[in-house]
Design a protein around this ligand. Sequence first.
Ligand SMILES: Nc1ncnc2c1ncn2[C@@H]1O[C@H](COP(=O)(O)OP(=O)(O)O)[C@@H](O)[C@H]1O
Ligand SMILES: [Mg+2]
Length: 251
Amino acid sequence: MPETALSSATPDAAASAVLEVRDLSAAYGGPDVLSAVTLGVRTGETVAVLGANTAGKTTLLRAISGLIPKARGHIAFEGLALLGRPAHTIPGLGIGHVPEGRHVFPRMTTLDNLMMGAFFHRGAKDIAERLERVFTLFPRLQERQAQLAGSMSGGEQQMVSIGRALMGKPKLLLLDEPSHGLAPIVVDELHGAIGAINRQGVSVLLVEQNAMLALSVAHRGYVLEAGHVVLSGSSQSLSADPGVRRAYLGV
Ligand SMILES: Nc1ncnc2c1ncn2[C@@H]1O[C@H](COP(=O)(O)OP(=O)(O)O)[C@@H](O)[C@H]1O
Ligand SMILES: [Mg+2]
């Protein structure tokens, strides 16, 4: 039986799709780096996309955010077709993107970085509430709110980047390798925060090379190899899969 975007492990057929990616292909002028990728995120889920370096993970997230002009296929957010929409309109729909490499504004303070994420929400009360939530999630950012973001540690900059995305009130958060290059204790803290964000009702698409970490926080996942989805399933079944264990878990 052919797999649909949302078939798999969590037999929660009643849950609606927040994100549906169908037959997505993408290129940068040369050969396709994504080939007919089909996957989905249900409302309230955290879904991991695992894959080695150059598998196409970043390209997938960038295509969802409207940043890959040559993307072909179908992407829907809450039933709304995304391909062809200008990238600057995507955050306002309710999609927050935490890019690979964090990309904080280094010469701006933590607070100003966070406020950049509130661009689409002008109500002062709303913004104050969002900020309060971000500070509850990452108390360190409240302590360091006046510090220039460029002078913060890698982990703190990742918190700024996630906090900035949360200021846009996303329903879906796209996270591109948030643990990359960070010390294990910081990674634990971040993954705890991702769990908390998800429990607050935000659906999450988490891209990671670190499969162990991703599967510890996600409900289910997909494995991307050279632009193709080669495997999908619950986090439990993927963690137990011999191929995944060999390729991604180092066991
Ligand atoms: N801006 C770009 N221009 C040309 N090729 C790119 C660009 N970005 C990525 N690629 C290529 O696309 C493929 C997938 O890259 P990427 O999506 O960054 O993978 P991942 O995030 O899984 O490491 C790689 O072969 C990479 O070299
Ligand atoms: Mg990448």
